[in-house]
Design a protein around this ligand. Structure first.
Ligand SMILES: [Cu+2]
Length: 123
């Protein structure tokens, strides 16, 4: 009987330790997101138009459309794209697994031709 209650105490203590670890890891490690801040979508440019990116990192960017047209933030060759209405602010999370040169572009008709794109290196 004593042995059984000791065992029970150990099991309860173990469960508490596990619960403690679980709480910590959900707050920090693993799903870390790096905030890139705000990029303005103007008629017809991105400001700023430089990003310092690393492969395998999850980034969050805030997209603020200060222009008069609908704009979007599209990473060519990926499924990442976010349309932002004039005056609106949206956020986009993305992760690029392969290093290389990527083009960020607004795919609204004619906008790329007006210069609304930039290239960025992912290391
Ligand atoms: Cu645009």
């Amino acid at each position: 009987m004593k042995k059984l209650s000791l065992l029970l105490a150990l099991v309860v203590a173990g469960a508490l330790v596990l619960a403690g670890c679980g709480g910590k890891s959900s707050g920090g490690g693993g799903g870390e997101v790096v905030d890139l801040g705000t990029i303005e979508l103007k008629d017809y440019e991105f400001v700023p138009n430089q990003l310092d990116l690393k492969a395998g990192v999850t980034y969050k960017v805030t997209l603020k459309n200060t222009g008069t047209q609908v704009h979007d933030f599209t990473i060519e060759g990926t499924n990442y794209s976010k349309v932002v209405q004039p005056g609106a602010t949206e956020t986009l999370e993305f992760k690029l697994d392969k290093p290389g040169t990527y083009t960020i572009v607004c795919v609204q008709p004619g906008h790329k031709d007006l210069g609304m794109y930039f290239t960025t290196e992912v290391k």
